[in-house]
Design a protein around this ligand. Structure first.
Ligand SMILES: [Cu+2]
Length: 357
């Protein structure tokens, strides 16, 4: 692939140099009255028709892309606000698609229709207030509507209110992994700071202040469990550089900034098991496993081990290029029914238990 791209770049540079020398030659020919390099009607017809070919090409590539890769989009949102985000995105997509289909056709049609002809001079048409008003006011109204809609959606998503029902979870980012911390029975996360990381021989994984009683029942895990149907307020921290907590299936993303706590909240609306059962996800997983199965044949032929079948899981990913192993900075998310979640949480070790060991 790299070779192909390099080759394409070399070809393009070559063409650019060739064109520049042609311009240079053209400027020299003015004195000699030789017009062999000036476009004539034949050249203009050619270019006009090529415009049409290009128009057909962009429509074709659009339709082909939808047909070929339409199924690699994210599955339905697994959070309550996710549906709002998706609606906003699809409305924007539909509008852009509609406008671009029409404007591309017009652009290329006009290029063809008014291509250069010998002895024909372009009409000098200075301005038309009415026309300018129309093509200004339509985009203004459309874009203002879209932006307002986006702002309202954003405000409703980012309106995070502390409340007694919500589950508070800290997401702790470091090069190159995630940890999650639950507040425990007192529902309050203990104070934490990177300065405390060195305490307790490296057992203090997220730097909890051991003198703060609120922190003693905190639970630190490397697999994030969330209860379905309950609001989760995330408090994000970073130990070293900028990271970004990205949970694509829940349509959630927030930067993790060293020295400050950032927030995001959502309510999971589907368990992992429910997502696995959807028709869309079953088809995706089957497609992936078919590819893995085919690749395994080559591996086995080379005396290597076959690939394990893929099973869907929600993921927390890092979406800021934070260093060499950024690509692998992820944590599994398990969404389950509230009682399963409570059972799981009760089995985890608290911070007090960890440091006593
Ligand atoms: Cu990162």
């Amino acid at each position: 692939m790299t070779a192909v791209i390099l080759f394409a770049i070399l070809v393009l540079v070559g063409v650019a140099i060739w064109q520049i020398t042609k311009i240079f030659e053209l400027s020299q020919l003015r004195e000699t009255k030789d017009d062999s390099q000036v476009a004539n009607d034949k050249d203009n017809n050619w270019n006009g028709q090529l415009m049409f070919v290009f128009l057909v090409f962009i429509y074709f590539i659009t339709i082909y892309s939808f047909w070929k890769w339409g199924d690699v989009l994210l599955p339905e949102a697994a959070s309550e606000h996710g549906q709002e985000v998706d609606r906003l995105m699809w409305i924007s997509f539909a509008l852009i698609f509609f406008v671009q289909t029409i404007t591309q056709a017009l652009l290329h049609y006009f290029s063809y229709q008014y291509r250069g002809r010998k002895d024909q001079k372009a009409l000098f048409y200075a301005d038309n207030d009415k026309l300018e008003f129309i093509w200004t006011i339509i985009p203004v109204i459309t874009l203002a509507g879209l932006i307002m809609y986006g702002l309202f959606t954003w405000t409703s998503i980012m309106n995070i209110e502390e409340n007694d029902e919500a589950l508070v979870v800290e997401l702790y980012a470091q090069q190159f992994n995630w940890k999650a911390r639950y507040a425990g029975a007192d529902r309050v996360l203990g104070d934490a700071n990177v300065r405390f990381l060195q305490d307790f021989d490296g057992l203090n994984l997220v730097g909890i202040d051991a003198s703060d009683p609120n922190g003693l029942d905190d639970v630190i895990v490397q697999e994030l469990h969330l209860p379905k149907g309950r609001e989760v307020i995330f408090k994000m921290r970073s130990q070293d550089v900028l990271h970004s907590a990205y949970m694509p299936h829940f349509r959630a993303q927030m930067n993790c900034v060293p020295g400050m706590i950032t927030e995001f909240a959502f309510t999971p609306s589907m368990t992992t098991e429910e997502m696995r059962q959807t028709a869309d996800m079953t088809a995706k997983v089957n497609k992936i496993n078919k590819i893995r199965f085919e690749n395994s044949k080559t591996l086995i032929a080379n005396g290597e081990e076959a690939l394990d079948p893929y099973q869907f899981d929600f993921l927390l990913l890092c979406n800021k290029i934070c260093g060499a192993s950024h690509y692998n900075m992820q944590m599994k998310i398990v969404v389950e029914e509230e009682k399963d979640f409570n059972n799981w949480l009760a089995q985890q070790t608290t911070f007090a238990q960890t440091i006593q060991q």
